[in-house]
Design a protein around this ligand. Structure first.
Ligand code: ADP
Ligand code: ASP
Ligand code: MG
Length: 414
């Protein structure tokens, strides 16, 4: 072990000067315990949302390069302020941007992927005794352009740095005590999990549990980074993300997730012949649209219907593609809906327990909620339903799968 610890503090943990000073004390404490500390920070509070809103006041369709240039400034404010706070406490510290710590990404603006991390500079600064503060969420592309890593991307910056530095652990500090069985803001009876497997965490994160960016979990799994989620507002034990243990497999459902960043499209009377799906989904991929669920109906009179979902962020791009392609592939029309939500249950124990999906559908039936689309994998079942049913559905599923906690409440920002 090289005694390096990477700590990441999210926006709410550094929302104002008082909180920044408190994080500074916490960082210094870890440093005094003899660790070499690398801190990744997000933009202050809701800064990223405010920057997006500023851009929207200038233009409906901000050019992606300039959007990244703008959004990356948020993290630069927080690294400098945190470095000042630590320096004031009398400790050697330096703040560095994504580019300065060698975070090389692809050129996909707004959602870039990290290709490599050249952590020489960080290692050198640590050797010199500095606490290193790094701007999350940003990198530089092979064409030397500033890129951002998608919403929540500071988590991925932290894990990627931890992997590159072979850090002993990567601690994600946020405004709740750890990973819960459902979003504790929606489900007051959600339970904090002491540990969760990488695979389950990956599903929960991908299915809308905003506590971790999915790519961060993926990175941690591939590079075997010891990852945990904790509160920056107290010293309670957090949640450890680890390889699956036999005991966990006995838990059928570990969590319920919901995601309303979903748009649903249906393409009608698509000719039932080879090549049509390729044309459609290749055109979407060429625009970097991530397609999630895909359903093709049974063939009738040589045509069928194809439904799929994307994120709401990709709504306009998908509409442009369908405007062009619907006639070209011989379909009669398309429709879309963006007032839907994806509700999911996740659990490693589903593989060995038949009937879990049926239990989920039973809940929807009892609550008189119509299911519009369904997908399953070995460890999750997801349903698209009308957005107005979100809370009712999540609470009912949480109860049905025995996840309700009657004793404790969430450890929230105080
Ligand atoms: P940060 O600014 O620290 O990155 P985020 O807002 O990105 O914080 O993530 C923390 C939030 O994630 C919590 O406040 C909580 O509302 C939400 N969340 C959603 N699902 C879960 C879950 N299963 N467990 C814990 N938090 C969750
Ligand atoms: N500030 C960025 C966001 O709000 C990145 C992050 O917080 O992880 O998405
Ligand atoms: Mg986050």
């Amino acid at each position: 072990m090289n005694d390096i610890v990477v700590q990441k503090y999210g926006g709410s943990s550094v929302a104002n000067p008082e909180r920044i000073k408190r994080v500074a004390k916490r960082v210094v404490k870890s440093h005094q315990e003899g660790k070499k500390i690398v801190v990744v920070v997000s933009a202050l509070g809701d800064t990223t949302d405010e920057l997006i809103s500023l851009a929207k006041q200038i233009t409906d369709d901000p050019p992606e390069r300039e959007y990244d240039m703008l959004l990356s400034t948020g993290e630069q404010v927080s690294i400098s302020l945190l470095a000042m706070a630590i320096q004031k406490l009398g400790h050697p510290v330096i703040s560095l941007t994504g580019q300065q710590v060698g975070i090389l990404t692809d050129g996909v603006h707004k959602n870039a992927k990290i290709l490599s991390v050249d952590s020489k500079r960080v290692e050198q600064e640590l050797e010199e005794g500095n606490i290193v503060i790094v701007a999350g969420f940003q990198g530089v592309s092979i064409d030397n352009e500033i890129t951002t890593l998608g919403r929540g991307g500071s988590d991925t910056t932290a894990v990627a740095l931890a992997a590159s530095l072979k850090a002993e652990c990567c601690e994600i500090y946020t405004d709740v005590d750890g990973v819960y069985t459902a979003d504790p803001r929606m489900v007051p009876k959600a339970k904090k999990l002491n540990s969760i497997s990488c695979d389950e965490m990956l599903e929960l994160a991908s299915l809308g549990s905003g506590v971790l960016q999915p790519r961060a979990v993926e990175f941690a799994k591939i590079h075997k980074v010891n990852l945990c989620v904790r509160s920056s507002f107290n010293y309670n034990e957090g949640t450890i993300i680890q390889e699956v243990s036999e005991m966990e497999k006995e838990i059928v459902v570990s969590g319920v997730a919901h995601d309303d960043n979903v748009a649903k499209f249906a393409l009608y009377d698509v000719p039932d012949k080879p090549g049509v799906a390729t044309t459609l989904f290749k055109a979407l991929a060429d625009q970097n649209v991530n397609v999630d669920m895909i359903i093709q109906s049974a063939e009738r009179n040589s045509v069928n219907d194809i439904s799929f979902t994307t994120t709401k962020d990709d709504l306009q791009k998908t509409i442009s593609v369908l405007d062009k392609l619907t006639a070209e592939i011989g379909a009669s029309k398309y429709k879309y809906e963006d007032d839907v939500v994806k509700i999911s249950i996740v659990g490693a124990g589903m593989i060995t327990n038949p009937g879990v999906a049926a239990m989920m559908f039973e809940v929807f039936s009892e609550e008189e909620i119509n299911i519009e689309m369904i997908t399953t994998s070995e460890i999750k079942v997801s349903c698209i339903v009308d957005k107005e049913h979100t809370k009712k559905a999540v609470l009912a599923l949480h109860k049905k799968f025995d996840l309700d906690d009657t004793e404790s409440d969430m450890g929230s920002a105080s």
